[in-house]
Ligand binder design. Structure first.
Ligand SMILES: Cc1ncc(COP(=O)(O)O)c(C=O)c1O
Length: 392
């Protein structure tokens, strides 16, 4: 481990209060993220919102470079928005679909993405083609390739599933998309900050992510990456005077950079906090933090699998730090509440969040525990103790 666990815990005030195993929900932010936001809010209160923004223009612009450095892209291909869903929406609702276009997607696609695709099906007559899993539980590359051969306008893939440890083989999917010249939209909401991301090697054309999860940034922040060749071809479904310019009484021109996907009004404190989170992650080393998060995930999964009455539901060849499980005869919401009373944060995954997957596997409501690199083995032990006693 190249970073010091005690340093990262010292820089995370929340660890004094709780064993936070809900990083797939919203992680505990490091002090630098909180201070960056609070300092900016104080400045807004002291001199005025517009004036504080003007004073911080260079720092605000640097946020794009920080996010770009985190995922290996130039800052001008990045838009900062309010969450991962809106980032994904701006690209997918703006995509130049024609009636009959096929969109290939996987079993682990997130509910909000599928709802949007269903609405686009109803509006524009696109066809949604569901690709099954292979024997390990990840997206079947074989089936994907045969559907790409038939033809598709887009592949929409969730990199790390919301409910379960699965890390989909995004790089292999990217290679197939390149071979068949198909737009690859990657939902990296649960992977950014957890799994190292290099857009060039993943080969995606569009990537969406959120600030608050494994990246440890502020709530209400997210970002979108769009490849240069797609920026012009994807017309944002919503425009304002930041995304476009009113050029005459009857005309407007759309911003040429990825800022066309943004709003004029935004949470500038959050934006600075998001940049601080990206810098913090880069500073620690995403390869190293991924190694530890993955190892804690594996440790927790193994210990839960060994318990009588407990079933672990994670699938996939590569698994990360999200662990889903159920305890026979115990309601997940009740166990979640018991854990919270014991000072352990987890969350509950309901089937509607990823229906293509939960439906196929006949899964009900599950417990979700998601450690990150700053958690300790002792914290995992606190969860295991409560689960063990619930399991009887
Ligand atoms: C895989 C995945 N995609 C997208 C989202 C949506 O993210 P946001 O709430 O930031 O819009 C989530 C949220 O849990 C998710 O797990």
């Amino acid at each position: 481990m190249t970073f010091s666990l005690s340093d990262v815990r010292d820089a995370t005030p929340g660890v004094a209060n709780v064993a936070h195993l809900n990083n797939a929900g919203s992680a505990l932010p490091p002090t630098v993220v909180v201070d960056t936001m609070v300092d900016f809010l104080r400045r807004e209160a002291a001199i005025g919102g517009y004036e504080a923004k003007a004073e911080a223009l260079d720092r605000l612009e640097a946020v794009y470079g920080s996010i770009g450095a985190l995922i290996g892209v130039p800052g001008e291909n990045v838009a900062v928005v309010e969450n991962a869903t809106r980032a994904w929406d701006m690209a997918v609702y703006g995509f130049p679909f024609k009636r009959g276009d096929r969109v290939l997607t996987g079993r682990s696609e997130y509910a909000s993405n599928v709802i949007a695709l269903l609405q686009l099906r109803d509006r524009h007559g696109i066809e949604i083609v569901l690709i099954g899993d292979d024997e390990t539980g990840q997206i079947s590359l074989e089936q994907l390739e045969s559907e790409l051969e038939v033809g598709a306008a887009m592949v929409a893939l969730t990199h790390v599933a919301t409910s379960g440890g699965l890390v989909n083989p995004a790089q292999e999917v990217g290679q197939l998309c390149r071979r068949y010249d198909t737009c690859f939209v990657l939902d990296a909401c649960q992977s950014v900050g957890q799994v190292p991301i290099d857009v060039a090697s993943l080969g995606c054309d569009v990537l969406s992510a959120t600030g608050r999860k494994f990246l440890r940034g502020p709530r209400g922040t997210g970002f979108l990456y769009v490849a240069t060749e797609w920026i012009e071809r994807i017309e944002p479904p919503l425009l304002d005077l930041h995304a476009a310019t009113w050029t005459s009484d009857t005309t407007y021109s759309i911003e040429p950079s990825a800022k066309r996907f943004e709003n004029w009004e935004t949470n500038f404190a959050g934006k600075l906090g998001l940049g601080a989170a990206a810098e913090y992650a880069i500073g620690l080393g995403v390869d190293e933090t991924w190694q530890r998060a993955q190892q804690l995930g594996a440790q927790l999964r193994d210990a839960l699998s060994d318990m009588a009455g407990v079933a672990v539901h994670d699938k996939g060849k590569v698994k990360g730090a999200i662990v889903t499980f159920s305890v026979e005869g115990v309601d997940a919401h009740e166990l979640h509440a018991t854990l919270q009373t014991a000072g352990v944060n987890t969350s509950v995954s309901v089937p509607e969040y990823a229906r293509f997957d939960t439906g196929a596997r006949n899964l009900g409501t599950l417990m979700r525990a998601s450690p990150h690199y700053y958690n300790t083995e002792d914290e995992l032990g606190r969860l295991l103790e409560v689960v063990q006693s619930a399991a009887g």
